[in-house]
Design a binder for this molecule. Structure first.
Ligand code: ZN
Length: 292
């Protein structure tokens, strides 16, 4: 790990041959020891622990302007529905690996999904992500295109409310599954924002990461205005810091995984299975926000 002075984060080493040589050396020692051990006595029996499986299915929730499928992953079969949306702005992509990390975590800890179903929308704006653009292919900001009363008639808001297929895909998911809460991952405001009745949920999530709760205000035509303020669903906008896009997935998970897990388990507290690593502590020290 090296300390990235500009961002204050610990990031992965650049390629340094010396490290690989050290690793090869280390593995050689392990292999030699295993060989010696194998000669001396037979290996102990290995017990295989069978984990309960969670039902996971993938379906195409809709198509983008450029006809890219918008995939939705359904995990669990419980009554409480949680919708998790990532990369609705195509240049704020850190939420996508986080969503997959959370799905993976549930596969390894299936009991946590008892009574719950999570719908993951890891790439809500696939055309925007492909072009590394905030907007969709028609240059519309999808998070200004929802049919809320405060939507403004601007070029970036689309020709009319919910004019964009990506917006309609999210609306269709909300209408069909009626989520108890919606989590949408963005950058770069470095805070937890909420709309609708989401204040206590926001505070709960904030306790598990270093993002303070900050009420930014309902943006015109946003998901928060539509689903939060108007449909009455708690909507959390998890605003990661600017650096999140270039962070390694593992670091992202260590910094924000527990908060995401908390957003699904709410009001149940996440188990203390996340051990605070030295790296996480260093990151936290580098990024403790000012008082809320
Ligand atoms: Zn955003």
């Amino acid at each position: 790990m090296i300390f990235h002075k500009k961002t204050g984060y610990w990031i992965k080493n650049k390629f340094r041959p010396g490290i690989y040589i050290q690793h090869i050396y280390f593995f050689q020692i392990v292999i030699i020891q295993l060989l010696l051990w194998g000669c001396a006595s037979p290996p102990p029996p290995v017990s295989v622990i069978q984990k309960a499986e969670i039902p996971v299915s993938v379906f195409i929730a809709g198509y983008s302007v450029q006809n890219r499928p918008i995939l939705c992953i359904r995990a669990g079969s419980g009554e409480e529905i949680i919708l998790l949306i990532a990369s609705i702005h195509g240049d704020e992509i850190a939420g996508t690996p986080l969503a997959y990390s959370l799905l993976n975590y549930f596969r390894n800890n299936p009991h946590l999904l008892e009574g719950r179903t999570v719908f993951f929308l890891p790439l809500a704006n696939p055309d925007g992500v492909a072009a590394y653009s905030r907007f969709n292919r028609r240059n519309v900001d999808l998070n200004r295109n929802f049919p809320s009363a405060n939507r403004q008639d601007k070029k970036r808001s689309g020709d009319f409310p919910s004019s964009e297929p990506e917006t309609r895909t999210i609306m269709q998911l909300i209408r069909t599954y009626r989520p108890a809460r919606i989590i949408s991952i963005h950058e770069p405001m470095n805070c937890i924002d909420y709309d609708g009745p989401g204040e206590s949920l926001a505070a709960f999530i904030s306790d598990y990461c270093y993002l303070p709760v900050k009420k930014i205000g309902a943006m015109p035509g946003s998901l928060g205005s539509y689903a939060g303020a108007e449909l009455g669903i708690p909507v959390i906008t998890m605003e990661l810091p600017e650096e999140a896009t270039v962070m390694d997935t593992e670091i992202l998970w260590q910094l924000y995984g527990k908060a995401l897990l908390a957003s699904v388990l709410y009001p149940q507290k996440p188990e203390h299975s996340f051990v605070r690593t030295e790296m996480n502590e260093k990151n936290a020290r580098g990024k403790i926000p000012e008082a809320k």
